[in-house]
Design a protein. Structure first.
Length: 451
């Protein structure tokens, strides 16, 4: 990285950043309190509140949001008449999945092969540390030239909408000229990227029932309708032969005109097994950024170990549908529900319950904030030009903020490049990415203040 005072300060702060990220990763802050203690999330929220107070933030408080979780807010005043920038991250994390499958413990930050491993290291506790590093670098080099608001969400991964509802009920709280969402990532490590579109998501629970109770498969199998088999057929109807998502009435032919994703690179990033085909049609970018995608997240059925020879009376699945910009998520969930009901075989009883939803998002990449970020990225990543990419995931808060503050500019950056393996076993963050993006954010705040 080319020498400049901000970059030098960030470099000097990296040992502290690692220690702080280790403390934050240690909290088992999964916002599913049937699986993980609420106290772990509350402790993580208090850690962030303490860090903000130590940096001179005012009005620091854990906000009790309608979904029963806490988001942490703080305000750092800048010079009189300065612009206001809202910095976002979330401290809740995905469950670690199979803890035994991790090479090192998921809630213990561990350095290996030049990366820091731990659940939330990239998504998105690392984003909290990124914001702190950027602000500390500015404070050490002339001060923070804008008013700064920080909001650290406590339930983003659950999709339960607590912060969105809180923001709607308190519309003055998060007002800002620009919002920097620290929950995205570079297209690949070392290539500075802003995310300009997000797919929305709808989440439904599907239940299929056929019998009053399980039956002996030898005595009744062959005529008694099997609820698990009915559910499998219903779910299979959501995909065409090539694996493309097919929901009756939902367009699936969108195209992506920006940065492209080479198939071989995607196979490597996704760690697709040799000989296994990619699914869908069109370019990879079309498929993951511009088209809907259905995923069966889980099925309730007897495990193989301990299964009995029974015809199943009922079965359930959790299904997500990602929807691209230009598609209304509320309309998409209606189409999904109607499709599932229409394709359930044998007259089986089916119920579809919506359990989560977020609208897709498209940013205005021509705004002054994007120019300020492009200039900052050019310094933080010498010789690299800032790229514009989509993201297949959802950040529902983006649409809430865009609706509440239509004049605000929204940028998405972050640490979740492909090698980070967010949501998977052995999630990690690149310390070099953390350092460069912290520099970029600091320089962006300085550039934006001068525009």
């Amino acid at each position: 990285m080319s020498s400049n005072p901000v970059a030098e300060t960030v470099a000097s702060l990296m040992p502290r950043a690692r220690a702080e990220l280790a403390e934050l990763v240690a909290f088992r802050s999964v916002a599913d309190f049937e699986q993980f203690p609420r106290s772990e999330s509350e402790a993580a929220a208090e850690w962030i509140a303490g860090a903000l107070r130590a940096e001179g933030f005012e009005d620091v408080a854990p906000l009790d949001t309608p979904d029963g979780t806490q988001s942490v807010y703080g305000y750092l005043p800048g010079p009189e008449g300065a612009k206001t920038v809202l910095l976002y991250a979330h401290y809740d994390v995905q469950p670690p999945l199979d803890e035994a499958g991790w090479t090192t413990p998921p809630f213990e930050l561990t350095e290996r092969d030049g990366r820091w491993y731990g659940r939330g290291s990239a998504d998105c506790k690392g984003g909290v540390i990124m914001h702190l590093l950027a602000l500390r670098a500015l404070k050490a080099n002339g001060g923070v030239p804008v008013h700064v608001k920080v909001i650290a969400e406590g339930s983003e991964e659950q999709g339960t909408g607590g912060l969105e509802r809180y923001a709607e009920q308190h519309p003055d709280l998060l007002t800002a000229d620009t919002v920097v969402i620290g929950d995205a990532g570079n297209f690949r490590a070392g290539l500075p990227t802003v995310t300009t579109t997000l797919r929305g998501m709808t989440l439904v629970r599907v239940a299929v029932d056929t019998l009053e109770g399980n039956l002996h498969s030898g005595q009744f199998g062959g005529a008694a309708p099997d609820a698990l088999a009915a559910l499998i057929r219903t779910l299979d109807s959501l995909r065409a032969e090539d694996g493309s998502t097919t929901v009756d009435g939902l367009a699936g032919d969108g195209t992506w005109d920006g940065l492209q994703y080479a198939e071989e690179q995607f196979r490597a990033d996704a760690k697709v097994l040799d000989g296994v085909e990619l699914i869908g049609s069109g370019t990879v970018a079309d498929r993951i950024w511009a088209r809907p995608a259905v995923t069966v997240l889980g099925i309730d059925c007897p495990p193989v170990v301990g299964a009995t020879p029974s015809v199943q009376a009922g079965a359930r699945a959790l299904v997500s549908l990602r929807v691209p910009p230009g598609t209304d998520a509320a309309e998409a969930v209606k189409l999904l529900g109607a499709h599932l009901e229409a394709h359930t075989p044998w007259g089986a009883r089916v119920t579809v319950e919506q359990v989560g939803q977020g609208q897709p998002f498209r940013a205005d990449a021509t705004s002054p904030a994007y120019q300020a970020m492009a200039e900052a990225m050019a310094v933080a990543y010498p010789g690299q030009e800032m790229q514009y990419a989509g993201q297949g995931g959802s950040i529902p808060l983006c649409n809430t903020l865009a609706a509440l503050y239509p004049d605000a500019e929204i940028l998405l950056i972050g640490l979740s490049e492909p090698e980070a393996r967010i949501h998977a076993v052995d999630e990690s963050v690149s310390p070099e990415e953390l350092e460069r993006l912290s520099v970029a954010e600091a320089l962006f705040l300085r550039n934006y203040a001068g525009n």
